[in-house]
Design a protein around this ligand. Structure first.
Ligand code: MG
Length: 205
């Protein structure tokens, strides 16, 4: 039993951080809901798509450390480690932002993992089990090559992609309930991810 996890918006929640950056830069009204999509939609609605793109370079680069893990991520990873279930992080990320300064986004993500995904017993995910791929195709290939039995992602288009390895179980992380029509097994929280993984693990023994 080997669990693969997506990174952005599955392990890492950017909602509070994007809201904070947008507020710091005076780009959104004070009463805008605290979510990344609210910030994006507001900037698009007001014709500031470029500022949204630039903000992503800052958020996933120099301010990455400010992002938070979703509730329950630590508990899940500590449970998997304690149970002897290997976990890999497999993500697709460009090396540099599309515009703005050329921050190394892979390095920022690895630094975030070093800072946030640890407890008193050490790393919650082994560094050699963290894979940032440059394209979606490479990500799908890596999910297969890493030997995952189940993979968790927040995007239906990844789990339903034609190149997604057919034998691997899929769980859609859908905390805001956006994808009820996806036909995928969904988890609204990390406690639900654990229930789904635990059920598969028990069946595999
Ligand atoms: Mg994601």
């Amino acid at each position: 039993m080997h669990v693969g996890l997506d990174f952005d918006n599955t392990i890492v929640s950017y909602d509070a951080m994007f809201h904070r950056i947008a507020r710091d830069e005076g780009l959104v009204p004070d009463d805008l809901p605290v979510s990344k999509l609210s910030v994006r939609d507001h900037l698009r609605r007001t014709g500031r798509e470029d500022q949204w793109t630039a903000m992503q370079g800052v958020a996933y680069g120099p301010r990455m450390a400010e992002a938070e893990a979703f509730n329950g991520v630590h508990e899940f990873l500590a449970w998997a480690r304690g149970t002897g279930i290997p976990v890999s992080i497999v993500s697709h990320k460009t090396r540099h932002p599309f515009i703005g300064e050329r921050h190394d986004l892979h390095a920022a993500a690895r630094a975030w993992i070093d800072l946030h995904l640890v407890d008193a017993d050490g790393p919650l995910v082994a560094p050699e089990s963290v894979h940032f791929e440059l394209t979606k195709t490479d990500k799908l290939a890596r999910i297969g090559a890493a030997g995952c039995d189940v993979y968790v992602d927040d995007l239906p288009e990844i789990l339903l992609a034609p190149g997604f390895p057919a034998a691997i179980g899929r769980i859609l992380f859908d905390p805001d309930g956006h994808h009820a029509q996806s036909g995928l097994e969904r988890a609204a929280s990390w406690a639900e991810v654990r229930s789904g993984v635990e059920a598969l693990w028990r069946r595999s023994r």
